[in-house]
Design a protein around this ligand. Structure first.
Ligand code: PAF
Length: 281
């Protein structure tokens, strides 16, 4: 098996890409890879097939962090991340630095103006502009045929799919189901911020979501989930909303596919999660 290639510049990625005419499957990440990312890379390996190419990118993107968020403290365990990529079957890794990705006086960005205004977009202004801009740049540097995004960030997945549609990127977006710990907590780099006591409490969020989702009426689901999560000691609810799975607008009934989406602060960690609310014909 050929050694995994490290592509540190856009020019290197473009040169490398020129010689490839099979599937190229990108897995955008910010590093600090856990078993959820590993599953995304393994899924990319399946999509690529034996002759295709799997390329995770590792880039902690400054433009998607708010001024009071954890950009400088965000973990960057590069050697461990590279070992994870190798183990999961990556052929190359795109690892640009900040100066490579952003000119100091950069003044052009990609803004999605509808789906970004709700859920996390409300509490993290500018976040999805940063995500769209960096993902567009990753697409242009690596020129993948396919890109894998986790369903855990449902809003991000919906926004990137919209960006690909609206800007006509010739890329297939491949969603991948949320990877969970054995107790139901969604795998996330931010779980590392939980104290042992908070880690014990954290799965109650998913349990409350699963229990509430058994109800039929979206507003009743929101109410019951809010009541259950409010009882978790130290939990602070950012939002708990039943939304349309594609438009992310508030879900009036179960005639279309929905998602129950939540964001809850537990200590220093802001945990997000979502589960399907299937259409009831
Ligand atoms: O989901 C993430 O880790 C990031 O938002 C992404 C897609 C890698 C863009 O920086």
């Amino acid at each position: 098996m050929a050694a995994m290639k490290s592509l540190k510049t856009i020019a290197a990625a473009r040169r490398w890409r020129q010689g490839i005419d099979t599937r190229v499957v990108l897995v955008p990440t910010m590093g600090a890879l856990h078993h959820g990312h590993e599953a995304l890379i393994r899924h990319a390996r399946k999509i690529a097939g034996p002759s295709g190419i799997v390329v995770p990118s590792i880039f902690v993107n400054p433009t998607q962090f708010g001024p009071k968020e954890d950009f400088s403290a965000y973990p960057r365990p590069l050697a461990k991340d590279l070992a994870t990529c190798r183990k999961a079957g990556a052929d190359a890794v795109f690892l640009p630095g900040v100066a490579e990705m952003y000119a100091a006086d950069a003044s052009v960005s990609v803004l999605e103006s509808s789906l970004s205004t709700t859920l996390c977009g409300r509490s993290r202004p500018g976040h999805f502009g940063g995500v769209c801009t960096v993902v567009a740049k990753l697409f242009l540097a690596v020129q993948p045929t396919h890109a894998v995004f986790g369903e855990k960030d449902w809003q991000q997945l919906a926004i990137i799919s919209r960006m690909v549609r609206d800007l006509n990127f010739p890329i297939v977006i491949e969603p991948f189901a949320t990877v969970r710990e054995a107790d139901g907590l969604a795998a996330s780099s931010r779980n590392a911020y939980l104290t042992p006591a908070e880690r014990e409490l954290a799965p109650t969020i998913h349990a409350a979501m699963a229990e509430s989702s058994k109800l039929k009426i979206p507003s009743a689901i929101e109410k019951s989930c809010t009541a259950a999560i409010s009882k978790i000691p130290g939990a602070r609810i950012d939002y708990i909303e039943a939304v349309d799975a594609s438009t992310l607008a508030s879900l009036p009934n179960r005639k279309s596919a929905g998602r129950l989406a939540v964001a809850v602060f537990l200590g220093k960690a802001r945990l997000i999660d979502n589960i399907p609310l299937p259409r009831i014909p």
